[in-house]
Write a new protein. Structure first.
Length: 260
């Protein structure tokens, strides 16, 4: 499961000590999975690889919105966000996920889309929901979705990608020999009717989403030092809004998997 290090402007434990928490997460996940196997037996496991992941997803959300001393007022709609769930539950834990982070640029907070940091690449993702066919509109600032007789429009993903690239490229400069930028537009349930490749953007749609997803799932590379340094640098640029807990937790042991 990918490690959710930043969600919007919510406080994250990874901001405090990335190196400690990323290794702690993997350790807890492995230990809890072994305990879960022992409790439920092998015959029961197939019915529950999803129950376990669902509980782990809730645990990730807890870690991405609170610390021992602080907590953010987060929107519970993210518990039903299928894109967020897919990225967390079906990408391995050698990837670090920034989901709609707000990055500080000079004195302004700029909301980005999705940044997925792997051992050797940094995926900058604009996710296009819905079915149908996405095409560039006559006004190139927008894309249109042609589905039956209805037409939906959205801000051009190129504009959003260019904004992400301009911000992330600066943070990535010290690590560009080890990490490469991979801008992409992802529409898992639709087709993208756009063939120009001069921007060096990957188009991931209904035709090749499974292949792209499998490529990420099967990346065998371990977490790398330069990868962690880049994630740490990017976290320092993120905006955080939080409140101090009235009753701070006594220790990290308060964070646990209920019911597992």
């Amino acid at each position: 499961m990918a490690q959710l290090v930043k969600l919007l402007d919510y406080v994250s434990r990874y901001e405090n000590n990335l190196y400690h928490y990323q290794s702690l997460f993997i350790r807890i996940k492995e230990n809890r999975w072994k305990a879960y196997q022992q409790q439920n037996g092998t015959d029961h496991l197939k019915l529950n690889h999803q129950e376990f992941r669902e509980k782990l997803f809730h645990h990730q959300m807890n870690w991405a919105t609170s610390t021992v001393k602080e907590i953010s007022n987060w929107d519970e709609k993210y518990l039903q966000n299928e894109t967020l769930k897919l990225l967390i539950q079906e990408i391995p834990d050698n990837y670090f996920l920034f989901y709609e982070p707000i990055i500080r640029v000079k004195n302004t907070g700029v909301e980005l889309n999705i940044i997925l940091v792997g051992p050797t690449e940094v995926w900058l993702i604009v996710w296009m929901n819905g079915e149908g066919i996405w095409q560039e509109a006559e006004n190139k600032r927008f894309w249109k979705n042609v589905r039956h007789e209805e037409r939906e429009t959205a801000l051009s993903p190129f504009i959003r990608l260019e904004r992400m690239q301009s911000i992330v490229r600066e943070a990535l400069e010290p690590y560009q020999k080890q990490l490469s930028i991979k801008p992409c537009i992802v529409a898992p349930h639709a087709f993208i009717d756009f063939t120009s490749d001069w921007r060096k953007v990957s188009y991931i749609d209904k035709r090749n989403f499974t292949d792209w997803h499998t490529q990420l799932q099967q990346n065998p590379a371990p977490i790398k030092g330069q990868q962690l340094k880049f994630v740490s640098d990017l976290l320092k640029s993120c905006v955080t809004n939080s409140l101090y807990r009235k009753d701070p937790l006594t220790s990290e042991s308060e964070f646990h998997f209920e019911g597992i």
